[in-house]
Design a protein around this ligand. Structure first.
Ligand code: PMP
Ligand code: GLN
Length: 387
């Protein structure tokens, strides 16, 4: 293995899912729903395959999906993208983000990320030979919800003449923070001051709670021309295995993604793209209902975790809730996550692995609540029996 990829090992999601399977645990580690997306979406894909949509689609993606993505983005956020030159389909958001970093970051360039950081960003930065600078999101007082926020001064200190890009994920995995227009304003100022590109990971854009709305960074003044937005169908339609994503941005940034991606995956599954294009138009009521259901699941699991003795930091979106283990008399989240499958037959993810400053996340464990209610209840019962 090349030196720059040493230390990445196996992803925490693969490790914890394997442990969950080995111990027959309820898997609240890796974030995937245990029910499938809208029936018309599933049938739409099956129909396309039967009808013979089985050869390479165009490199940039099926025009139907690029048009649907552009129409959706314009309708929801007032952001106009040319489907031909400013929208490009990738094998999930992961490939879009990695291709963006490989296409835009020179060796030695710095890339700012927020920690806890989604694990694919550090790997992509390392592949490009870039250097990452992590700005910490810290929880507020738990009795006020414990929302994770960054310190604007720390962000300003992390950006300098070598900074090429900043990767921003909102709604944020794993903290559930949905950044506000004001918080994005700080990021926008820094980007413009230092001529920095923003890559925004918006895969949870539809999964926000309590009436909180997702804000795309590209809607802020001066940001559309320097933002590459990334999203995907996986979370929106509960089909995480479909790996159908897209990037949206000014043509020059999209071309950088395309140049790299044509040699990574070349193209993505065409039948699934057509089904997703239909769903973006026809299944937004389903998405709204799913968002409401997820909010109830958040509350259900949070209550159970509290009853089991954890301090719960309330997420405003995503599939995940962060829990502080210190009230249980524990300090090491990594240790707890490694033993929990055997002691309670529940799997979770230790947040510490997402930090460059390990002490910030030592005592935090992430639980996924995107599961059927009876599964959440059983997990809570098992965790309750622990204490
Ligand atoms: N970004 C974040 C923050 C995620 O949680 C995930 C996991 N789904 C991804 C990207 C990857 O998305 P995709 O499956 O579309 O590659
Ligand atoms: N995004 C999912 C999570 O955070 C996992 C995706 C993966 O396994 N790489 O749990």
């Amino acid at each position: 293995l090349v030196a720059r990829m040493r230390g990445f090992g196996e992803t925490i999601f693969a490790e914890m899912t394997r442990l969950a399977v080995e111990t027959d645990s309820i898997n609240l580690g890796q974030g995937f729903p245990d029910t499938d997306g809208p029936p018309s979406l599933l049938a739409g894909a099956a129909r396309r395959i039967e009808q013979g949509v089985n050869q390479y689609p165009p490199g940039p993606g099926r025009p139907e999906l690029r048009a649907a993505v552009a129409a959706d983005r314009a309708a929801r956020y007032g952001l106009e993208y040319d489907p031909d030159s400013e929208v490009y389909v990738t094998v999930g958001a992961t490939a879009g983000i990695t291709a963006a970093v490989l296409g835009l970051v020179e060796p030695g360039d710095e890339v700012v990320v927020f920690e806890p950081v989604y694990d694919s960003y550090p790997a992509a930065i390392a592949m490009a030979g870039g250097v990452r600078r992590a700005v910490t999101l810290r929880p507020g007082p738990p009795d006020e919800g414990g929302r994770f926020v960054f310190d604007p001064d720390e962000l300003r200190a992390a950006v300098g003449p070598r900074t090429r890009a900043i990767i921003v994920n909102s709604p944020h995995n794993p903290t559930g923070t949905v950044l506000t227009a004001e918080e994005f304003g700080v990021i926008a100022d820094v980007c413009q001051e230092h001529d920095v590109i923003a890559i925004t990971d918006e895969v949870y854009e539809h999964l926000t709670f309590d009436g909180v709305a997702h804000v795309p960074l590209a809607t802020l003044p001066g940001m559309r021309e320097r933002t590459l937005a990334v999203s995907s169908a996986g979370k929106t339609f509960s089909v995480t295995g479909w790996k159908t994503g897209w990037v949206m941005g000014p043509a020059a940034l999209v071309r950088a993604v395309q140049t790299v991606n044509q040699f990574l995956t070349f193209t993505a599954n065409g039948a699934l793209q057509l089904a997703v294009a239909d769903a973006l138009r026809d299944e937004m009521d389903w998405v709204r209902a799913q968002r409401a259901a997820l909010q109830r699941k958040r509350d259900r699991l949070s209550e159970g975790l509290r009853a089991a003795g954890f301090t719960v930091l309330r997420p405003q979106g995503t599939y995940f809730v962060m829990a502080d283990i210190r009230p249980l008399g524990l300090t090491e989240g990594v240790e707890l996550a490694r033993t929990l499958p055997r002691t309670a037959r529940v799997a979770a993810v230790p947040a510490q692995v997402f930090y460059d400053h390990p002490d910030e996340g030592r005592h935090l464990v992430r639980f996924a609540f995107c599961k059927r209610d009876e599964v959440l209840d059983e997990a809570v019962a098992r965790l309750g029996a622990l204490s």
